[in-house]
Design a protein around this ligand. Structure first.
Ligand code: ZN
Length: 155
């Protein structure tokens, strides 16, 4: 069985992240997220994956696991904080990945409850995501597939 969740897990396993100083990073093809301490998190996937149903796009979002949660976010996403700061940033990063892949502003998504389950369908895409800890960084990886066929392109 080759599900989309499997493909995401494999992409994460086979294509490791680069986490380094932002000023040292040279890359054109990667998906990026910038940390508060000046580092960049970069995830590069091959342009032509060897599957018959390639993901439309990929994204990554990362935060420092131990940084404090800003008070305005504490108030808004109090339920996410019940699992601790780690849990909060995990859901934050997952929601940021959805924002990037569904092309919805994070400022809008913050007004709703955080994303807690994968996959999630929004804005014409199905987003599969997973969150993990890489040293002191919480990272969410996401892949998206279109849910709406663009018939205007058919002839
Ligand atoms: Zn890069």
């Amino acid at each position: 069985m080759d599900t989309r969740a499997d493909r995401l897990a494999r992409a994460v396993r086979d294509h490791p992240l680069v986490i380094e100083e932002r000023t040292d990073h040279r890359c054109v093809a990667g998906a990026h997220s910038y940390l508060a301490d000046g580092r960049v998190v970069c995830w590069v996937l091959p342009a032509r994956p060897s599957t018959d149903e390639p993901a439309q796009a990929h994204a990554v979002d990362a935060e420092l696991a131990t940084q404090p949660v800003p008070p305005r976010l504490r108030a808004r996403w109090s339920e996410a904080l019940e699992g601790g700061t780690d849990r909060f940033w995990a859901l934050w990063c997952a929601t940021e990945v959805l924002a990037k892949l569904a092309d919805e502003p994070m400022v809008m998504l913050v007004h709703r409850a955080p994303v807690t389950a994968s996959p999630v369908s929004r804005g014409g895409v199905e987003v599969h995501w997973l969150v993990r800890r890489v040293d002191d960084v919480v990272v969410a990886h996401g892949l998206s597939w279109a849910t709406v066929v663009d018939r205007s392109r058919a002839t």
